[in-house]
Design a protein around this ligand. Structure first.
Ligand SMILES: NC(=O)C1=CN([C@@H]2O[C@H](COP(=O)(O)OP(=O)(O)OC[C@H]3O[C@@H](n4cnc5c(N)ncnc54)[C@H](OP(=O)(O)O)[C@@H]3O)[C@@H](O)[C@H]2O)C=CC1
Ligand SMILES: CC(=O)C(=O)O
Ligand SMILES: [Mg+2]
Length: 643
């Protein structure tokens, strides 16, 4: 039979990325240095190898679209062809399963006829069922468990469902519910998802990476669980975050699921509640710090390059403050990496601020900005604000002078009696006597922008908000802390206490607000989810390694440009969540263009049409044909399992 011959080829045509001068140095890091590939057929629009034969599509070509999406597979372990899989395997394989959408021919040819109810459903009907099913759950945690179960069963359906219902599903797979899921991870954990690497695995990290059954990993989100959202140290239970972030990589930016790998590095936890919890899933010990910790992370970075190549992206997520800054400085430029909490958050917040200028009629440099918090998020945003102000022509010192930071000890001032200023905070220290409370800082400084990222729920009291309203025609208030319980104020509080004049954004979603005169305000979600999926897509499409801050400013500008007048009129500084996939493509396009313009791209040759190249790389949530039609039901079917 013809289809018997249609096997996955293994000709290594994919890695057409040839290292350019800028990345030659990195070659030494890798045992798996890419070899120049034989020429592949080129797409006339993109000047890139055809889909299925290029950088993001897997390291092998194949005939069927489903195989094209999923080459290495759960269960095969070696990333070899799917031809070893039986029909039953395919039914159980989340990347290949179509459930009742398998056609009759497919069911017969794969030897699974009779294992499914007779009716054949469309994917649209399945999406409808997902909607009905999830609506039956009232408890968000149960909705989360349902969605993770769907992901475990049928990836295409999960991503289509989430992608078509972003504003309803994002709060479940992501903040705020993912925070609750992490706190209860011992309860919600069902099936293996992601890799756990512990301090006891030192010396064997590469072997653990080899246990991951997919070989074509392009993006890793890694946490050590020390600062999970604003919930603190959750140890190994932090795994929910890399899983959730990577679900958004695919749902929001079309990065293929099998190219994504969530990792949790378990060095213990200092959270006594976790340590005492019989359901806790991690090592029962206090956190290891110092040289042992650093050696483990170093081994991890090297093992990633050795296993997946030097262009494999490592997104650091929810590390504790001290490690986050240190590790970013240590690895940026040398490895393909960025820190989402510092850099991604900076980009989304600056995007919001740039958009706000269209409402206030100011330049960014005309603003006075007060931060509640001086950690990863706040300092990342503050530094990018300085960069954006400099781009407006404001001298650096003047730009820094317009930014005031409040940490747990009060306003950051020079010669603080209790000391404790690190080099990052020092740059924003003011030459004035200490001021202890945020309320006093707001009264003294009279900021036009107030940004909260300190995980102190309710820190923007009604009186602080009223002061913002009294001092500004349109006060800008960002309550960025996650999850919802940690938000500095709600959208309603921001509007009510400023005569509905506040320009508000928040890290976790808040419902629409109806004004006294009947207008509906839709507070935007100032969350790095608007940035990291598109940023990652751009990084991968360009083969970018050095994710410097100019890329972050570019991403911010790209996002701000997408915000329409209608969005602004509705009080939102961000495009609707329903458009977030388009935002990802636009951001990726800017990243790719800038990577080539600055000589930092390593995918060669450059695409002729950047946007079509990017789109051609993205995951298709629709099912492919599992098999070509070979006969009509109800005729006798050959008992052959070809896949
Ligand atoms: N919306 C988004 O996209 C993002 C939101 N976030 C959220 O931001 C929050 C903070 O994250 P991150 O910056 O990474 O955390 P960090 O731990 O790095 O920083 C927390 C900061 O808050 C300060 N702080 C603690 N207590 C107080 C207080 N009572 N008054 C003033 N400041 C205080 C700390 O002060 P000190 O330095 O003195 O310890 C520190 O500077 C989290 O809730 C997180 O979820 C983070 C990333 C993205
Ligand atoms: C959104 C995010 O990255 C955080 O709250 O940590
Ligand atoms: Mg984070």
């Amino acid at each position: 039979m013809e289809y018997l011959n249609r096997k996955v080829k293994s000709n290594g045509q994919i890695d057409t990325r040839q290292m350019n001068g800028a990345s030659n140095a990195r070659k030494k890091l890798s045992e798996t240095a890419m070899s120049p590939a034989p020429p592949a057929p080129r797409d006339k629009n993109t000047n890139q190898p055809e889909v299925g034969k290029q950088s993001l599509s897997g390291s092998r070509t194949c005939t069927y679209s489903m195989e094209r999406d999923r080459i290495g597979v759960w269960g095969s372990g070696d990333g070899q062809s799917n031809s070893k899989l039986s029909g039953l395997d395919r039914l159980k394989h989340p990347g290949l399963n179509k459930g009742m959408a398998f056609s009759i021919e497919e069911r017969q040819a794969m030897g699974i006829h009779g294992l499914l109810p007779p009716r054949v459903k469309t994917q649209e009907e399945q999406v409808q069922l997902c909607k009905l099913s999830i609506e039956r759950y009232e408890d968000p945690l149960n909705k989360y468990i349902y969605l993770m179960g769907l992901l475990d069963r049928n990836e295409h359906l999960f991503y289509r469902f989430v992608g078509e219902n972003v504003s309803q599903m994002m709060p479940i797979v992501y903040t705020p519910t993912v925070g609750l899921a992490c706190q209860k991870y011992g309860l919600v954990y069902r099936r293996p998802r992601g890799l756990f690497i512990t301090i006891n695995d030192k010396g064997y990290v590469y072997d653990i990476l080899k246990n991951w059954p997919e070989t074509d990993v392009r993006a890793i989100v890694v946490t050590d669980g020390e600062r999970i959202l604003g919930l603190g140290d959750l140890g190994a239970c932090g795994m929910g975050i890399p899983v959730g972030k990577l679900a958004l990589y695919t749902a929001l930016a079309g990065i293929k699921p099998h190219q994504c790998l969530p990792i949790t590095i378990d060095v213990g936890t200092n959270n006594q509640t976790m340590l005492d919890d019989p359901l806790y899933i991690g090592l029962r010990q206090r956190r290891v710090r110092g040289p042992q910790y650093d050696e483990l992370i170093q081994e991890f970075m090297e093992a990633v390059v050795k296993r997946f190549g030097q262009n494999c992206l490592v997104q650091f997520e929810d590390f504790g403050n001290a490690n986050a800054f240190r590790l970013l400085e240590k690895y940026r430029g040398k490895y393909c990496t960025f820190n989402d909490d510092i850099q991604g958050t900076a980009a989304v917040a600056v995007a919001g601020l740039l958009a706000s200028l269209r409402l206030t009629g100011k330049r960014l440099s005309d603003n006075v900005i007060v931060f509640q918090g001086a950690g990863e998020a706040s300092l990342g945003i503050a530094e990018l604000c300085v960069m954006a102000m400099k781009a407006e022509g404001t001298p650096e010192q003047e730009a820094r002078g317009r930014i005031y930071m409040v940490d747990s000890k009060g306003l950051i001032v020079k010669n603080r009696p209790e000391g404790g200023l690190n080099e990052h905070k020092e740059k924003f220290a003011k030459d004035c006597p200490p001021i202890r409370t945020l309320a006093e800082v707001v009264d003294t400084v009279k900021p036009s922008v107030l940004i909260g990222a300190a995980a102190i729920g309710g820190a923007f009291s009604p009186s602080i908000l009223r002061a913002m309203g009294a001092n500004n025609e349109r006060p800008v208030v960002f309550a960025l802390s996650n999850p919802t319980s940690k938000a500095e104020c709600t959208a309603e509080e921001a509007y009510v206490n400023t005569d509905e004049r506040a320009i508000f954004a928040s890290g976790s979603p808040f419902p629409d607000y109806r004004t006294k005169d009947g207008r509906v305000l839709r507070p935007g979600q100032g969350n790095n989810a608007y940035i990291f999926p598109g940023l990652a897509l751009g990084i991968l499409c360009a083969g970018l390694v050095d994710v410097s801050d100019d890329f972050m400013l570019l991403a911010a500008e790209a996002l701000a440009e997408i915000v329409s007048q209608e969005d602004l009129d509705q009080g939102s500084l961000y495009p609707p969540l329903e458009h977030i996939q388009e935002c990802s493509v636009k951001i990726a396009k800017k990243i790719v263009e800038h990577a080539y313009a600055t000589g930092k791209a390593s995918v060669q040759p450059p695409p002729l049409n950047t946007e079509s190249f990017i789109r051609s790389q993205m995951y298709d949530v629709r099912y492919g044909r599992a098999l070509p039609p070979v006969y009509d039901w109800p005729h006798d079917a050959p008992k052959v399992n070809v896949l």
